[in-house]
Design a binder for this molecule. Sequence first.
Ligand SMILES: *[C@@H]1O[C@H](CO)[C@@H](O)[C@H](O)[C@H]1NC(C)=O
Length: 282
Amino acid sequence: MAAFALSLLFAGILAATASAGNFYDSFDITWGDGRASIFEAGQLLTCTLDKISGSGFQSKKEYLFGKIDMQLKLVAGNSAGTVTAYYLSSKGEQWDEIDFEFLGNVTGQPYVLHTNVFTQGKGNREMQFYLWFDPTADFHTYTVLWNPLNIMFMVDGILIRVFKNHEAEGVAYPKSQPMRIYSSLWDADDWATQGGRVKIDWSNAPFSASYRNFNDGDSCGRTDVWSWPVPCNPGSDSWMWTTPSSDQFGQMKWVQDHYMIYNYCSDFQRFPQGMPPECSLN
Ligand SMILES: *[C@@H]1O[C@H](CO)[C@@H](O)[C@H](O)[C@H]1NC(C)=O
């Protein structure tokens, strides 16, 4: 009985280690000259920003589809002018990109969660949201589910945005260029907060954002050279062919009705030549 309990305990420990990705194993700190660091035996990463530099990191793996979770806790207090970017991107001039960007604000005013999708070097698909919680008070989970059918953006498991594969209707879709995960904390006070009117107050520096519980367990990710087809084992929950359930669509409608502050598909003045084609497709 005791041995059985003990083996269960060990199984539990192994499972926990496997699911909470280790930052040392999964990421390289790529800039900031020591301003980004990994702590707690690889369980916590922080990026900082001061007047001299921001900082950032990137994944060791490249992914061609995946369900990727990261928990972030954003710059607290007066974060105006700071941006914490968390995104997936491929390389080259025809790159694909899936973006979460968090635009800071003065104390007590809401962060903006800015999202975008680039296909073959073309973006202009911004959707922006307020959050229904204070993203600086605690860690929250931001998920990109990217598969051949759609890209789903989720916050604490709640769907906020979907970009569907409309290749059949002539809209480019990211499906052949592997992407890395990138994140950085940087000075964007020329545009980020209230349209660039509010600047960084450097008396609050250094600013700091934290990351934990990275999980790329359900992903096609590789550190070596790519070959096609990608050897990939999508696991049991078939994330590879997931599309939103009607419950998820309901949640997304709730978020978009209550928290969305900008949608490129509603910005008729911006596209006088005609709206992007995906805007009129379902
Ligand atoms: C900052 O707060 C102002 C005032 O509430 C708001 O209009 C704006 O959307 C907020 N976020 C950013 C990033 O400017």
